[in-house]
Design a protein around this ligand. Structure first.
Ligand code: ADP
Ligand code: MG
Length: 844
């Protein structure tokens, strides 16, 4: 970006720096020697001459910063920043809908027209041109490059997953507040959202509340049709900045109070200073908030990014695609997603951005599928049905119809060999995936190949290993050593060996396992990430199974496969029920088998959600169950800030529960900050009945089966996704005892209530997933912590038509240009790369 030649007065940059520093210092009036007032006084003549002579400017110049409260100071800084921003706004910016800064042309230095920077716009696509980032920067610059964003604010942005300016541009509002109805005072109706523009008078601080401690600002707004009263509660500092006769726009609802209409704490905006209104008078974005970042501040910073950096977003869609689909150009869509001209343009913007998400996802998935299908042939595994029948007959139960169907689907892939199997096996917790997997693994072993199962935690690996050992137990004489079980398969005529390899496997055992595996002398290997570490060879690997796949990252499944044969088969297991519409989109590169039937005789888990007033009763229930010899889980609420904070909070809660609430019981603690070894130790203690209660963060979700555990108590239940809650619930009811799930929620929103009620009534995971999708949309579907899945912000699953369009266009693109190597696809290629980066970056 070329920058304009400038003769901006020297104080402008200095003041900007001082304001930033002052904000960073927490408004202690220490950013400049002698205080900010002195700085302003020193330059006041030049400032007055450079800026328009308005009430707002005069007020700012007259205010004594030293005498302001911290909140007032923040506001003062805020207003200076806005003033300076408006001076810097480029003439090429978006259409200004509010009153234009008066006299600004006269005082602003103009570049000679001949030398004015010429913006490169593509002739084929006439669109509004937006101002791009400052010279040398791109929109991928850290968000603290924006004015007014300091380190502290950056940290707060981080909580909203915003680290770069691009992230901020893509931080779309959750909804819009419609303040676009502008009315005269005489037309104001009680309870109706509207905007009124007028002049303020009689603005003053009034004391309210007990002992008059609460300050409020009271003012009267007038236009040619009348007067109306405004009260801003708890905002005494406003009286200072909202001087009499200021032209102001307010938005909100007036209510009748003692026969008089009053606006209570409306949104407001001074109009004298000439910026485009961003808080009133139009559709106003409502962003997700985080502590320390006010709605006003967030709007101001986002507006800055939109007006001064948006030009740095490249159009990712090729021109012919845009023509064909009639989608809105990208920069316009981003602008309209934040500050739409109207609801119809917002809908068009959303459509464009949703299409981008779906297209990117499809491109990632299709290019992967294409790569896979171009590969050399897969291994054809001749399935010996006698051997498998021998095993299935040895089981202590009959397989369900769904299990048999899934086994058929998998075996037929294996027999076919080419292309290698790439299949998702999904089924609820307890639906019996392990035995299906074991049949497939035995098929591979019987044909002389090796198989591997990778799971995310050590305890899970152990559990899998034990389950396999138990299932093989129906066969003659299984021999179990440390980390190795061998069972003689009569129908095969030789023993089948299964090894367990995790991070805590003893060195000697590990060496031996690796040796056996390398020699091809080990049929099956179960383990954690230790399996893909260097040194482990599985030369005859023909079937790689990954459990709880979202924890490994969706598109990152090849590492294990590459351990062995290039063309081995992959089976991905998921216990998170995914509705078909979504799975087609997310796993378009996988075939899907679903175990949609639970083994007979599974008990229903009684589920209740309770308000906070029933917490004692809930604890009493836990105590009673423990007295009857059972065990309980207590899940600590999800804390989004960080795992460290969550761990600390859970530790504190554990202390409280074990000392104050259940002093007579044995209460264990599990959280994500513990080492794998500590976690495993606690889980084992709980499994072995050495603990009565396990207090845990969400880490227990993919966990052990404890048949004796009958209560799952979940604190802060509204913070988890429905599917996640359902997973927690699946931790109990694993044995013969009647089991219960208690959901505690302090202050559930309307949607949260609906979700919790759904959980009480529905025990089918797929049905719950559909409900969850409907209530929350796919973005939140998996819960924020369950990473590895793309977050769709704008796309909805009801967008069937858009989904089809994205699939078609993706197919066309991949057909024409499989690598997206053509120059006109460069933007798209980068977008796909960013997507893959994010997805794989979050995994493991
Ligand atoms: P998940 O799908 O959660 O991995 P598992 O494979 O661990 O489920 O199976 C849960 C339990 O149900 C195991 O103890 C398993 O032996 C048992 N099981 C699996 N299939 C059946 C069946 N068809 N009938 C009865 N019990 C079964
Ligand atoms: Mg399982």
């Amino acid at each position: 970006m070329a920058s304009q030649p400038t003769t901006t007065p020297p104080w402008v940059e200095a003041l900007r720096k001082i304001l930033d520093l002052e904000a960073a210092r927490g408004f202690d009036n220490g950013a400049v020697m002698g205080g900010l007032d002195r700085f302003v006084v020193h330059w006041s003549e030049s400032i007055a001459g450079f800026l328009a002579d308005t009430e707002g400017v005069r007020n700012l110049l007259q205010a004594s910063y030293r005498q302001l409260s911290p909140r007032e100071r923040a506001d003062w800084v805020d207003r200076w920043n806005m003033l300076l921003d408006s001076v810097g706004e480029s003439p090429g910016g978006p259409p200004v809908t509010g009153p234009v800064f008066p006299n600004s042309g006269a005082s602003r230095t103009q570049a000679p027209t001949a030398k004015a920077p010429v913006r490169k716009t593509e002739p084929s696509r006439p669109s509004i041109s937006f101002r791009g980032p400052p010279a040398g920067l791109t929109i991928d610059a850290p968000v603290d490059r924006l004015r007014g964003v300091d380190t502290k604010l950056s940290a707060r942005f981080q909580r909203l997953e915003v680290t770069t300016v691009r992230d901020l541009l893509y931080l779309f509002p959750r909804r819009h507040q419609d303040y676009s109805r502008v009315v005269k005072i005489a037309e104001v109706e009680p309870g109706l959202e509207c905007t009124v523009i007028g002049h303020l008078w009689e603005s003053r601080v009034v004391a309210m509340g007990p002992k008059g401690r609460l300050k409020a600002t009271e003012a009267v707004l007038s236009d040619e049709t009348g007067n109306i009263k405004i009260i801003w509660f708890g905002q005494g500092y406003l009286a200072q900045s909202l001087r009499s006769n200021a032209r102001i726009s307010i938005s909100g609802k007036a209510e009748a109070y003692r026969g008089q209409l009053v606006f209570e704490s409306p949104d407001y905006e001074l109009l004298d200073e000439g910026q485009t209104p961003i808080h009133t008078g139009r559709l106003i974005p409502v962003y997700p908030l985080t502590e320390g970042l006010t709605a006003r501040n967030l709007r101001r910073i986002t507006w800055q990014a939109l007006t001064q950096w948006l030009g740095g977003t490249e159009e990712t869609l090729p021109a012919d695609l845009l023509d064909r689909t009639q989608l809105m150009p990208l920069p316009t869509a981003i602008m309209q997603a934040h500050y739409p001209d109207g609801l119809d343009t917002w809908a068009k913007a959303r459509r464009r951005l949703a299409f981008d998400e779906l297209l990117t996802l499809q491109l990632a998935v299709l290019s992967r599928r294409k790569r896979l299908s171009q590969r050399i042939e897969g291994v054809s595994i001749k399935v010996d049905s006698n051997i498998l029948k021998g095993f299935i007959d040895s089981l202590p139960f009959a397989l369900t119809g769904a299990q048999l169907r899934c086994i058929d689907e998998i075996l037929s892939d294996l027999e076919q060999g080419t292309p290698p199997m790439n299949r998702l096996l999904q089924g609820e917790v307890g639906s019996g995936k392990t035995v299906v997997v074991l049949v497939a693994l035995l098929a591979a072993a019987a044909a002389g190949y090796q198989g591997a199962v990778m799971v995310p935690t050590e305890v899970l690996a152990e559990q899998h290993f034990q389950t396999v050992a138990r299932l093989l137990g129906g066969l003659a004489r299984p021999v179990q050593e440390e980390n190795l079980v061998t069972a003689y398969l009569a129908s095969l005529g030789r023993p089948v060996s299964v090894g367990l390899l995790t991070g805590s496997t003893r060195a000697k055992v590990r060496r031996e396992l690796i040796n056996r595996s390398t020699e091809g002398n080990l049929d099956l290997l179960v383990g954690t990430h230790a399996l893909i570490q260097s040194g482990v060879e599985i030369p005859k690997l023909a079937l790689a199974v990954m459990d709880e796949q979202h924890r490994f990252g969706v598109l990152q499944r090849s590492a294990l496969r590459q351990k062995g044969l290039e063309n081995s088969h992959t089976l991905v297991l998921s216990a998170t029920p995914i509705p078909r519409t979504l799975s087609l989109t997310l796993y378009g590169d996988l075939d899907i088998s679903t175990i949609d039937e639970l083994p007979p005789g599974r008990q229903k888990i009684k589920t209740r959600w309770l308000g906070p007033d029933r917490r004692d009763a809930a604890h009493g229930f836990v105590r009673k169950q423990v007295q009857e010899g059972r065990q309980a889980f207590i899940i600590y609420p999800l804390i989004e800030e960080s795992e460290a904070i969550e761990a600390r909070a859970a530790t504190e809660e554990h202390r409280r529960l074990s000392q104050d609430v259940f002093p007579e019981l044995r209460v264990g603690l599990l959280h994500g900050r513990m080492s794998a070894r500590e976690k495993d130790k606690v889980m084992r203690q709980f499994r072995d009945g050495e603990l009565d209660i396990l207090v845990s963060t969400a880490v227990v979700e993919v966990g052990i089966d404890v048949a004796n555990a009958t209560v799952m108590l979940i604190e802060g239940a509204d913070r988890f996704g429905l599917s996640q809650l359902h997973q927690f619930r699946g931790r109990v009811g694993r044995g013969e005892h009647k089991s219960y799930c208690i959901l505690l929620s302090d202050d559930p929103s309307e949607v949260a209530r609906e979700r919790l009620a759904a959980l009480e009534q529905i025990d089918d995971g797929f049905q719950l997933a559909e409900v969850d999708l409907e209530l929350r949309g796919p973005g939140d579907f998996f819960g924020t912590r369950q990473s590895g899945l793309p977050d769709l912000r704008m796309a909805r699953l009801s967008d069937r038509e858009l989904l089809t369009m994205a699939r078609e266009e993706a197919a066309r693109l991949i057909d024409q240009d499989p690598e997206l190597a053509a120059p006109e696809h460069a933007g798209l290629a980068r977008q796909v790369a960013r997507f893959l980066n994010r997805v794989s970056g979050e995994s493991t």
